[in-house]
Design a protein around this ligand. Structure first.
Ligand code: LLP
Length: 413
């Protein structure tokens, strides 16, 4: 994170708060968010895009970190909100987000979800398929702003499960059906077609691919709005190089100037690049096993960092309470889930860890908490926002009672 330092005792401090204090007060595993860094990053996108292209909008892709406080912070810093399901609509509304600033995505929105969106006044629905047009037609009683999602035919250079813009994608209308879809939507008296949307994928490190997306979307016709989705990649490991927000914006706007109408509204949907680097996950060492390889097992794992298994995401770890001792060991940081793939960090360099030490994983703000699950009865970690020496709890740790609550009907029977 931007606001991280090592104090005189050799302990990692985030937002001016020491990790030992955080672990003692809130328990582990714990997600820690550098709030000032997070807010500054949202501003970089919002102000940076506006300076380059006045008629623009940044949608925070909330699937990356869908917590009530995050929706509130994003809206406060000038972003609108991209949601991908009824649950995210409910969370955004709970945060007090103006429903007009919510954009609703998804390739399988149910009738109930569409009804929820219409009833609560969600501003824009991004239409993915013909069945969704049918559904909307049956539900609409007043005007509704919509965008149409197209498959741009851009093969993103990223993990296969993170690429969404290739011709075989399940998301959006194939180009050859775009005209028919646009005609149907335009003919409907209550659907107000603002424009088109594409999203090529996630963790994309080559900004030229976003220029390709702009070029591709421009070919679908002349509209008021062009939404080119999210996907800017971030630096996770020491050896990785990622483009800056400014390099990304420069490239996108350069392509927009070349291909889009000068008065068009340009929309982007960053998620990962807004929250990833603001987040750190803190674990406590439960066991140090000296065997063929040295295994340092911590009190979390793939239940709270699913992407290590899903996309092969790699992280860096530090021994957060002993930062200044020599980093002379190479260890395997493993989780507690019953899978051999539950390896948080391979060959991590650090001082020899001992039981009860604190291990911090960096760059965990995006797609960690949002994909948390209860595998092996794991409980969702708590989340704290830290800033200027103060910590505040924004999501409490899940409890055994929470787990049991879902099974109440069975217990009563
Ligand atoms: N817009 C749409 C329509 C999307 O589907 C996504 C992400 C975004 C924006 C934001 O993309 P970002 O800027 O965060 O890259 N679970 C995977 C990532 C899935 C991304 C899904 N869509 C992972 O752990 O890597």
């Amino acid at each position: 994170p931007e606001h991280a330092e090592v104090d005189e005792l050799g302990e990692l401090r985030i937002g001016g708060v020491g990790v030992s204090r955080l672990a003692a007060e809130y328990g582990t595993p714990l997600h820690i968010i550098d709030e000032a860094g997070l807010r500054a990053q949202i501003r970089r996108f919002v102000d940076g895009l506006r300076r380059r292209w006045t008629n623009s909008e940044v949608l925070y892709a909330s699937k990356s970190f869908p917590i009530v406080e995050m929706y509130r912070v994003a809206a406060e810093e000038g972003a609108s909100i991209d949601v991908a399901g009824g649950g995210e609509i409910v969370l955004a509304l709970k945060a007090g987000v103006d429903p007009k600033r919510i954009h609703f995505h998804g390739n399988a929105k149910t009738t109930d979800e569409l009804r929820l969106a219409l009833d609560t006044g969600v501003g824009t629905i991004i239409i993915d398929n013909f069945d969704e047009i049918d559904r909307l037609e049956a539900l609409l009683t007043g005007p509704q702003h919509v965008l149409i999602r197209l498959i741009p035919g851009v093969e993103a250079e990223t993990h296969a499960s993170q690429a969404t813009g290739g011709v075989r994608s399940k998301f959006g209308f194939p180009i050859e059906q775009a005209v028919a879809a646009i005609e149907r939507i335009s003919a409907h008296p209550l659907m107000e077609l603002d424009g088109v949307h594409v999203h090529i994928g996630s963790q994309i490190l080559n900004v030229d691919q976003f220029a390709q997306a702009v070029d591709s979307i421009s070919r679908s016709g002349t509209f008021r709005t062009y939404d080119i989705g999210g996907g800017l990649g971030v630096k996770y490991t020491y050896d990785e190089v990622a483009p800056s927000v400014e390099e990304y914006l420069d490239r996108v706007v350069e392509a927009a100037a070349a291909h889009l109408p000068a008065d068009a509204r340009l929309v982007i949907e960053p998620g990962r690049s807004i929250v990833a680097r603001a987040g750190v996950t803190l674990y406590r060492v439960v066991s140090v096993k000296r065997s063929g390889r040295d295994f340092v097992a911590v009190d979390g794992g793939m239940a709270d960092q699913l992407d290590i298994a899903l996309t092969g995401q790699r992280y860096e770890a530090v021994l957060a309470n002993r930062m200044t001792e020599p980093w002379d060991e190479e260890v395997q940081i493993v989780g507690r889930q019953c899978e051999s793939g539950d390896l948080l960090v391979e060959d991590a360099r650090m001082p020899a860890p001992a039981v009860d030490d604190l291990v911090a994983l960096a760059t965990t703000g995006a797609y960690s908490y949002s994909m948390t699950n209860n595998y092996n009865g794991a409980l969702r970690p708590a989340i704290v926002f830290v800033q200027e020496g103060e910590a505040r709890l924004v999501a409490r740790r899940e409890t055994y009672e929470d787990l049991l609550r879902l099974h109440e009907p069975v217990q009563e029977a």
